[in-house]
Write a protein that binds this ligand. Sequence first.
Ligand code: ANZ
Ligand code: ZN
Length: 851
Amino acid sequence: MEKQYIPKDVERKWQEKWRQDQAFRVTEDPSKEKYYLLEMFPYPSGRIHMGHVRNYAIGDVVARFKRMQGFNVLHPMGWDAFGMPAENAAIENKTHPAKWTYENIDSMRQQLERIGLSYDWQREFATCHPDYYRWEQLVFLKMYEKGLAYKKGSSVNWCPDCATVLANEQVEDGSCWRCHNLVEQKELEQWFFKITDYADELLDWTDKLPGWPERVLAMQRNWIGKSYGCEIEFPVADSEEQVKVFTTRPDTLFGATFMSLAPEHPMAKTLVTAEQKTAVDEFVAKVERQDKIERTSGDLEKLGVFTGSYCINPLNGNKIPVFLANFVLMDYGTGAVMAVPAHDQRDFEFARKYELPITVVIQPEGDELIAEQMEEAYVGPGSLVNSGRFDGVDNESAKEKIAAYLDERSEGRKTVNFRLRDWGVSRQRYWGTPIPVIYCDSCGAVPVPEKDLPVILPDDVELTGEGGSPLARHEEFLKVDCPKCGKAARRESDTFDTFVESSWYFARYACPDYTDGPLDKEAANYWMPVDQYIGGIEHAVMHLLYARFFTKVLRDLGMIDVDEPFTNLLTQGMVCMETQRCAEHGWLYPEQIKDGKCTLCGKTAELGRTEKMSKSKKNVIDPNALIDQYGADTARLFSLFAAPPEKDLEWNEQGVEGCSRFLGRVWRAVLDNMELIGSAEIPSDASGSAADLRRKTHQTIKKVTEDVDGRFHFNTAIAAVMELVNAIYAFKDGEQNPGVLREALEAVVRLLNPFVPHACEELWEVLGHNESIEKAGWPKWDDAALVADEITLVVQVNGKVRGKVEIAVDADKETAEKAALAESNVQRFVEGKQVRKIIVVPGRLINIVVS
Ligand code: ANZ
Ligand code: ZN
């Protein structure tokens, strides 16, 4: 009896074999071209979801394809293992974060193995292991030496729910990116990484990463936010002091009718007059309760208070009142703004509210603005008015001219400003890398000496869930002698933001067991940069920007010789599914619905929107159940076939069944034909129907190669193989042409291998090969086999022979007609006449009827 396709058995067999053979283990081999393929490593939450399956299936196609092409492919996997969920789960389940994390890793590794991903498991590591984080601590020490890590007190984003600081990138619309609770501002001493030193380089390189999606580059440019402007000093009336402002619009200087300072501005205190003191104090207290994000949003109510003091506009000598305003931030520019209400919307609203003068200084062409009648600020181009010697100059060139004029008189200068802030990395959490610093009363902050690394995260802590980190209460951990003077001192109890670990893990995969430093330079230089990185768009700024920054830091520390970590980036879409709910029981899991009814109460389930799969809406498919039912190859094939990688993928059961049926068809195509093809040799030529099948085979090889290589058009590639399988089923002359049939079947199996490797390895063995299909390599197409055989057709005009044309045997009617009309002699007889009809007698002649 013919061998049945039982995915479970086939998959177990090959997974076992790959494991035993360490089939995907690689070493640096300078004689081979390397290819480094990486998917963003997972957080060990414990369960694989469909988003993971899709992400890793996409990566695995590329890894297997490149390996078959002969590249030395590095495809590693590991665990982004520090972070808050471990702490929360530990508190909830009364276990230890380490135990929870390592158990999750074990179970997730098993789940990943079931998918048949071609990882070099020898390189696996978890970032919560001291063998990893000790090197992160070392990098910190080196950064500290170079002034790239420093400590300062600042007002930080504080999530009261997570009891920790958040980076600006972790605040979304004023809320915590994790728990979505409102973020507060808090004054804290924190460690910072000086990413701003690299702002220019990070920005410049966004123009040199053609393999990145433009959308991600745009988000990074915007986040870095470079703006060219001007710093201008405004003398304070009746004082020696000056207020320095930053503006991108020096052309509007004559229109500055007041000043706005951040409430936190140091001069806010010195400028307040006795009469205004109470009002100002009240105002400052009120603004302190608003968070930064809210304060910069467009629809915030503009609030302010007069300080009682005045400044002098350096160009026209006008005396202008100084206000404090809630929308001016202390950590941008100089914390002071020259307000030009006629041409800036925020200033306009502020001026209307506090009845301050509005002076138009830019007139648009063909229009005349009148300040009293304006309903909003005019922000467009125009020429200068009310601007003394600069009247009539167009405003773009006025920017330059006014800046130069101020520079000459030492009242201002051109500057560049960035929106990017230094990266605050201190977190008041337990489950993270300890920051290797010791505080001494006499010596201040002293870095832990290199020889004392790692600073090990102690195991014996008490997690209560109440505010503050348990490390801050762990006396044994805290008590330490000052490395400088030997006096009793205290350890830093904060840990690093977990984004620090993910900022360099990709380089560590080159040398995961290296014990002499963070990176074995030779290995790192061989493998880096990552040729293809794959992950979600949600990491467009934070992770991807920090990783780029860290790579440059490692380079400048002499640890690696690359400028950028990721040459090509693919941001895959989400996995979505329709939501369903029951009036009685709320959201329903798919398995709680039968025949459109809720299985709990029998009510009809209402179909909701299709959304990203998430536990909260219960629109989830468990990959384990899917694999139990259909096998990993079907799960892989569906996630690769249902949508192109960058697009969202919508789950549907019929699609999965279709994929499963297709694999069965491929299986039978091979097994049913084995007797026929025996050990037939593959011919280098064919004729008749065999030539057609051979052409289809080579056309498919070409199409799949081009679709997969660098383009990720997996869905169309798979569709092409499906067509070839149809052609194989339709082929009736296998007995006469066993070699051609074998060639077609082998092509199908090799082309599908990156997508459904278990089935393909098995079929390759059935086809009589005793080495792994990957060793067979990627099939090559024969250009000569691509073109159809040509035949000659006679062309008649009104029944008389006027020429001949050569066309492909399988050319359709339209192609034949076109070729006939294009023949030069035929054209002479058709010219100026009207074509009434064209008759095509296939394989013989074409008759054009004209009148
Ligand atoms: C005068 C002016 C006139 C401005 C005008 C704009 C339009 P970007 O492009 O984002 O860099 N600004 C400067 N420092 C600020 C702070 N700390 N908080 C809030 N706003 C601040 O924005 C630069 C502009 O934002 C600056 O140019 C300043 O307003 C304001 F018709 O100066 B402008
Ligand atoms: Zn000391």
